[in-house]
Design a protein around this ligand. Structure first.
Ligand SMILES: NC(=O)c1ccc[n+]([C@@H]2O[C@H](COP(=O)([O-])OP(=O)(O)OC[C@H]3O[C@@H](n4cnc5c(N)ncnc54)[C@H](O)[C@@H]3O)[C@@H](O)[C@H]2O)c1
Length: 316
């Protein structure tokens, strides 16, 4: 069957890379990029593009009717740090946007839907190390509990309407092609830009704040592998844990120093993102992803750092 793939929120940190990867696999005309904002050069010139507001039901209905997508990737959301500044907007976009997509996917018989969750679904009473798939979940950010509620909606639509919806709890994502969109792990992207531009960086998270992270190449590969996995192998229809690599700002700075020996890191105090980071896991257990769809991480801290610096140098 030839695919028609709609990516909503295509201009963001993940969408920018996912659209390119999907167009390579399925051909440019099969992947419709869409976003509420105008696209950047790479997306606009590599295939079809639609302006879409996921909160506007009529606009969205028109897009489903026009393209009849076989797969939808919903990436439009407000992330953790921005969500704390705009809590009602974050709840509205993250929930209403998702429910619109789930409803239209059922109505238009979309074969598969991908919607990302986050490690933000865990909270201060979740186990902090090797956080398991199933445990206490008491997120205390709007972003976190919008993602947790979203996971419940996904599983509900799978059970009640048979919608083939698939999801990953992404760790903090690090890539060189696009800037991050206002999350708690953004420091781990900014640090590379500043290391190359100025040779120093002030981290908004403290020196020993360990968080689960993942290189974008691994995240894109995980997303496409999950979407390609046979439906009968998937035992989780809420969202799969994905471990990635856990490290602190100090450990990342040490790795960068191996290539930029004069690089200096300092630490800001009293940044509101510290409290968010402190409520999240330090490391994740992803045994279900390994078992159900054969997930295996490729990039560790050293190979990720090397790839980031090599590629960023060519664009900044
Ligand atoms: N980047 C990460 O580290 C990370 C980690 C965990 C989960 N996630 C999840 O992955 C998804 C994508 O994240 P991202 O980092 O690419 O986000 P981002 O903020 O970089 O991109 C989101 C995109 O959505 C678009 N958008 C906003 N409102 C819209 C609307 N009403 N209609 C259509 N488009 C709209 C924005 O213009 C933007 O291009 C989100 O659900 C996010 O919660 C991301």
């Amino acid at each position: 069957m030839s695919e028609k793939i709609l990516v909503i929120g295509a201009n963001g940190q993940i969408g920018t890379e996912l659209v390119v990867a999907l167009r390579k696999i399925h051909g440019p005309e099969s992947v419709i990029a869409s976003d509420i904002n105008d696209p950047g050069y790479a997306i606009r010139h590599s295939g079809p593009y639609e302006l879409v507001n996921v909160l506007d039901k009529d606009n969205l209905h028109h897009i489903f009717e026009k393209h009849r997508p076989t797969q939808v990737y919903l990436l439009a959301a407000i992330l953790s740090a921005v969500g704390e500044q705009k809590p009602k907007l974050a709840w509205d976009l993250n929930m209403t946007g998702l429910i619109h997509i789930l409803d239209f996917a059922v109505e238009f018989k979309t074969a598969k839907v991908f919607w990302p969750s986050s490690i933000a679904v865990f909270g201060p009473n979740s186990p902090q190390f090797h956080t398991p798939q199933y445990c206490v979940m008491d997120p205390n950010t709007v972003y976190g509990f919008s993602k947790l509620a979203g996971e419940r909606w996904c599983e509900y639509y799978f059970t009640k309407y048979g919608l083939d919806v698939r999801s990953i709890r992404y760790p903090g994502l690090i890539g060189w092609r696009a800037n991050p969109g206002g999350g708690t792990t953004d420091y781990a992207v900014h640090i590379f830009h500043e290391a190359l531009k100025t040779g120093k960086y002030t981290s908004f998270l403290s020196a020993d704040t360990a968080l689960p992270m993942m290189y974008m190449d691994d995240a894109i590969r995980a997303t496409i592998s999950l979407m390609d996995a046979p439906a009968e192998q998937l035992t989780i229809r809420s969202s799969y844990n994905l471990a990635g690599i856990s490290f602190t700002p100090t450990q990342l700075a040490e790795e960068i120093k191996k290539q930029i020996p004069d690089f200096e890191i300092s630490y800001a105090e009293n940044d509101p993102r510290q409290a968010i980071a402190d409520s999240w896991p330090k490391s994740i257990d992803d045994e279900y992803a390994q078992r159900d769809w054969g997930w295996k991480l490729e990039y560790d801290l050293a190979t990720m750092t090397n790839d980031m610096l090599t590629n960023l140098k060519t664009v900044i």
